[in-house]
Design a protein around this ligand. Structure first.
Ligand code: TXA
Ligand code: MG
Length: 414
């Protein structure tokens, strides 16, 4: 991971990525790109005008700092040294992070690092803080784009502010069409929830946002055995000041009301479901087919449009298939993930129309399909979404990240 080589990329895919990189380097319009977690909205992190355009495109409050994406450790060391000067004898990367970098980079982990006195980072990136978040993504497309740009990229999730994060190019298109020119389409994201953000500068170190790396995985690393939970998701809007600035805003919200049932809570009764005329249901481990509401009326087999390397437009897709940024099947076939879609049920007696999505019993699948499910149900125009939560008390899977996002989007039933 000291250096990433993109020379394998040739032909059409390379040209598409090169064009995206040129746009980032030569203009102030941000470019959306896939990572293994969610799609990011990238701009040159060293140029204020470009970084400002990210906030404008997303409608994001300017006091919420951005993550800086890098492709190599030499590139990170430059960011940690005054004005990007060659690093002094000692390694500027804090020792506490070494085991994490070794084990999880490239990957879904963001490290909080000190901003040097004379920094090359645009002030808008850090929103005035003395620290910045850095992440080396493992998506080959993201790494290649970073390498082609040759500069660090500020990159928040590529959704409109307050909306669920985008886990497919179509989601970015739905939110940001008319505001950006280019989306690098790499198909559905592998992880589906954002990176874990950790602060190793405080003692003991803490987790500021749960994500694609689990608490248990962190605790196995030297110096991280006693890592604390530095985020709150069970009572939002309390008096205490959130430590990760992004966590204080309304987040991950579809237009429909979300009613989250914590794992083990009594599932919604039929009478509650049939109160509305159009409802959404997101099932995970135990709820049965549409809560026993009856057989699916239409079971049209829908795909995410990226199955078997074929590029079929999906039901949820509104992105033009001839979009110039679309990568050829060769490169996108590296990443093949299926996302489940909604099935329609009609309840004879009540007339309630129910759209049911089964994310499956595996936590990884729930994480991968979650944001897509919230967005799809919004498109169906449901008034309320009933969600079956999952157990996040063990710490040995990414359930904490899933439940954190859901609690932010929802009213909670326990
Ligand atoms: O997986 C990810 O992290 C994705 C992909 C695109 O890399 N990016 C992402 O960025 O989720 P964003 O901007 O949506 O979330 C960044 C989070 C926010 O909660 C922000 O407050 C926190 O990281 N953050 C950034 N810099 C920070 C800092 N210096 N101190 C504390 N928290 C920080
Ligand atoms: Mg975000």
């Amino acid at each position: 991971i000291e250096e990433w080589n993109v020379e394998y990329a040739e032909g059409q895919d390379f040209q598409s990525l090169k064009r995206a990189a040129d746009e980032i380097v030569n203009t102030d319009t941000p470019v959306a790109f896939p990572t293994e977690t969610v799609y990011g909205l990238g701009a040159d992190a060293t140029r204020s005008s470009a970084v400002k355009a990210i906030f404008a495109a997303k409608g994001r409050p300017s006091d919420n700092p951005l993550i800086v994406h890098i492709h190599s450790l030499p590139q990170l060391r430059q960011l940690l040294s005054d004005k990007g000067a060659p690093s002094p004898e000692s390694d500027p990367i804090p020792a506490i992070y070494k085991p994490l970098i070794e084990r999880f980079w490239p990957g879904p982990l963001t490290l909080i690092l000190p901003v040097p006195e004379k920094t090359v980072l645009a002030p808008e990136v850090t929103a005035g803080l003395s620290t910045f978040g850095a992440r080396m993504p493992r998506s080959i497309l993201a790494l290649s784009l970073l390498r082609l740009c040759g500069r660090p990229l500020a990159g928040p999730s590529a959704n409109a502010s307050t909306r669920p994060s985008p886990t497919a190019a179509e989601h970015v298109y739905d939110d940001l069409q008319g505001r950006i020119h280019t989306i690098v389409d790499g198909g559905p994201c592998e992880v589906g929830v954002e990176s874990t953000v950790v602060d190793g500068l405080s003692s003991p170190p803490s987790i500021l946002r749960p994500g694609g790396v689990t608490v248990e995985q962190l605790r196995q690393c030297p110096g991280w055995e006693d890592v604390t939970i530095g985020y709150k998701d069970k009572q939002e809007g309390g008096a205490s000041k959130p430590r990760a600035p992004g966590m204080k805003y309304r987040h991950y919200s579809p237009k429909a009301e979300v009613i989250l049932f914590e794992a083990g809570a009594t599932r919604p009764a039929r009478a509650e479901v049939t109160k509305k005329s159009k409802v959404g249901i997101i099932r995970t481990k135990t709820w049965d087919a549409a809560l026993g509401l009856g057989a699916a009326e239409t079971s049209v087999s829908q795909t995410n449009g990226h199955v078997n390397g074929a590029s079929q437009p999906s039901a949820a897709s509104s992105i033009p298939t001839d979009a110039p940024s679309r990568l050829s099947n060769l490169l996108r076939s590296v990443i093949q993930h299926q996302i489940p879609h909604a099935q329609r049920h009609t309840l004879d007696s009540s007339g309630t129309e129910a759209w049911d999505i089964n994310l499956g019993a595996e936590t990884e699948d729930v994480a991968r399909g979650l944001f897509s499910a919230l967005r799809e149900l919004d498109k169906k125009g449901v008034e309320v979404i009933f969600v079956e939560g999952i157990d996040d008390t063990t710490g040995d899977d990414i359930a904490a990240a899933v439940m954190n996002r859901l609690r932010k989007a929802a009213e909670i039933r326990t």
